[in-house]
Design a protein around this ligand. Structure first.
Ligand code: PRP
Ligand code: URA
Length: 208
């Protein structure tokens, strides 16, 4: 399935500021939200439409609106929370599910601690959001959980990805389209993306 690396100048500029070690938590949070909003615009480009007649003050306009039950966003906690405001700014009626995962620092394997998804998720298209795709373990696990509830379609949106994570996610879930703001060089020995931006959760919430 397709991997989309965003090359829009606004996204590239904002990611560049995001990476900077001097960027404060406040700026970092604002940038994560803004980039998520810009990416969401692209990731929703293929949403299905249906015809609708709308009465204007002058005449009937033959228009299009989004078909069906529309969207659900699922942030992977914690850092995915930073992207929710941005995507909801574009799609305010979307439902929001939450999946809580953290990476075991030794094994780098995801540990699940929370999962609450919309009751009607099987009627929705789902966009999973997380700023970082490193080994891919968290995204793979989250998408496996969501698939058990039978949504119509799943996309994964992240800000920075390592090639290792893209390969692993594509292999585990070949049907999931991946949207990335920047594709980086590699992982280091601790599973961090290089050059990356450090620990996204810590930078969003100021916990380090
Ligand atoms: C980060 C990030 C992803 C995960 C990516 O979360 O937000 O969820 O790591 O790594 P992976 O692709 O190797 O699984 P982290 O585990 O640091 O938890 P946090 O969001 O609570 O800080
Ligand atoms: N999680 C992060 O927050 N940053 C990385 O570089 C890798 C995983």
């Amino acid at each position: 399935m397709a991997v989309h690396v965003m090359d829009h100048p606004l996204i590239q500029h904002k990611v560049s500021v995001l990476r900077d070690v001097e960027t404060t938590s406040k700026q970092f949070r604002e940038l994560v939200s803004e980039i998520a909003m810009l990416m969401c615009y692209e990731a929703t480009r293929d949403l299905p439409l249906t015809d609708k007649d709308v009465q204007t003050p002058l005449a009937t306009a033959h228009t299009k609106v989004i078909a069906g039950k529309k969207l659900a966003f699922v942030p992977i906690l914690r850092a995915g929370l930073g992207m929710v405001d941005g995507v909801l700014a574009l799609v305010p009626n979307a439902r929001v599910g939450h999946i809580g995962l953290y990476r075991d620092p030794e094994t780098l394997m995801p540990v699940e601690y929370y999962c609450k998804l919309p009751a009607d998720i099987d009627k929705r298209e789902v966009i999973v959001v997380d700023p970082m795709l490193a080994t891919g373990g968290s995204a793979i696990d989250a998408i496996t959980q969501i698939k058990k509830r039978g949504p119509k379609d799943i996309k994964f949106m992240c800000l920075i990805a390592a090639p290792e994570g893209v390969e692993a996610l594509t292999k585990a879930h070949p049907d999931v389209e991946i949207y990335i703001a920047a594709l980086d060089d590699c992982l280091n020995d601790h599973g961090y993306i290089v050059p990356g931006l450090g620990d996204a959760g810590d930078r969003i919430f100021g916990t380090k």
